[in-house]
Design a protein around this ligand. Sequence first.
Ligand code: SF4
Length: 427
Amino acid sequence: MATAAQNRIEEDVWIPTCCGQCYCMCGIKVRRQNGIVTEIEGNPDAPTGRGSICPKGLASPHLLYDPYRVNYPLKRTNPEKGLGVDPKFVRISWEEALDTIVQKLNECRDRDPRGAFFQATTTQASEIRFGVIGFMKGFGTPNYWVSGGGLHCGNGAHFMNGIMHVAWSIIPDFAHCNYALNFGCSKGHGAGHVDVQNATKAADARARGFKNVVFDPFQSAQASKAHEWVPIKVGTDGAMALGLVNSLLNEHGIYDAEYLMYKTNAPYLIRPDDGRYVRDDVTGNPIVWDLEDNCPRVHNDSAVARVEYEDEAHEVALTGTFKVNGMDCNPAFVLLKEHVKKYTPEYVEKITSVPAAAVSRIAKEFGEAAEIGSTVTIQTEKGPKKIPSRPVATHFFRGAQGHTNSGWTCLSIDMVNHMVGAADTWG
Ligand code: SF4
């Protein structure tokens, strides 16, 4: 039984820090009494989590005080390995552990520093990886791998997000989005990057009328919270996305011509002989057709290029046939419209099991919710700036991309956004 002296609280402090139980690194406050962690809660002043934490974070003191926690170095003494073989670990001092590692690293560096390979995991706190990278640079090896390859992580998703959005990961702009399509993706539902914060934002969005449609083969966390769960055959998300693109373009005639003209390669003219871009002889840049001066121009010619939304520029062709270098050329958008024509709602139903009527309806709902043509004015350090408002989003992650043709699947899903101009803008 504890004595009165032992029960006396001589220290009682709350320490602001980060939870280290996963890479989200939610801001937390830890209560320490007499040197013991007694309580954890979310830190409302922290941008990650905004005061909320998940059950795993909340339970982390149990890990700290787990009687089986490994608190000191162990050395394997049995060289024989195999199932059921006792590794005969023995406790060693930190000095011996560090000396052993330093000796091995020195031997490696003498042979060739590139022989050192560092392996990290995505499920550790992010800042640890920066320390590892700094050490690697100093050591002289470029060989480093953050595990998570394969289905575990976002092979196609990160790749495509990087190309299309210069981002590791994408989520809807929950503060302004009104309609989102999740493809095998739990963001906003207690998983993924900055998960607690996204879950809070998604909950706030729902309260103000945001609608979430979830394509998922099973009733996942996000499907169970969805306004509409659309069961889909495993690995067919790409076909579903192309079906939505077809319905938008060829069935409902919904697309953001302004966005496609100035922000994508949809107007680039295509050679009929090899299907590649028609390019300028001098710069090698792709060519578009200037509808105002009725002539070909390099795509980034100031007459036809718009950087900011309010910049003035001539319209360029998205449809039609134009004679360039003696060839009859179409804008890429014409080829895209033709290419996706085979993804009729009925064809998509056969592949995905999603009813044809649902494919067509969801495309229409998405296209209408995009509010094509609408704008908002935001404040920037250079003053007010008008930008498009497109309060819709498709997003994808492991479920959609953990299959063959992962990159193409992600590109197809992302293309639904681009058809209505809903990329990297308000909404
Ligand atoms: S999501 Fe949970 S486990 Fe991950 S950092 Fe936040 S509180 Fe910790």
